[in-house]
Design a protein. Structure first.
Length: 67
């Protein structure tokens, strides 16, 4: 079944917020999510994730809760 992705997903491993905590980040003015397991990768090997950002699914925006 093809369902809409209601959960935020990690940009690196694509796991969603129902199975792992996600942290909101921005890169190159693109807000997205990364899970706590992938966060060390981002810290130590940011270049590894740059391609992910470039091909990032824009349909996974960070919810803004700004009034
Ligand atoms: Zn991840």
């Amino acid at each position: 079944m093809e369902s809409e992705n209601k959960f935020k997903v990690c940009i690196s491993c694509n796991r969603d917020e129902s199975i792992i905590p996600l942290v909101a980040i921005t890169f190159a003015q693109q807000p997205t999510w990364i899970c706590t397991q992938c966060l060390p990768t981002l810290i130590h090997e940011p270049q590894h994730l740059v391609e992910k950002f470039k091909s990032m699914d824009i349909d996974n925006p960070v919810d803004r809760q700004i009034d």
